[in-house]
Design a binder for this molecule. Structure first.
Ligand SMILES: [Zn+2]
Length: 54
């Protein structure tokens, strides 16, 4: 697996090009830019649901 999705904007992220990796509740989230980082940090619950099992 080399691909991750930016949970904020939905962009496919190349791990090497991610702006930042946030470790949240044991999961890693790749954010593409400072804006997505800030959005994620302000509202993590809104975005982590995308990774929850259904
Ligand atoms: Zn983004």
């Amino acid at each position: 697996m080399g691909k991750h999705i930016d949970p904020v904007c939905g962009k496919k992220m190349n791990v090497n090009k991610a702006h930042i990796v946030i470790d949240y509740q044991g999961e890693e989230y790749y954010l593409c830019c400072p804006l997505c980082q800030r959005e994620f940090e302000q509202n993590p619950q809104k975005y982590i649901h995308r990774n929850n099992k259904k």
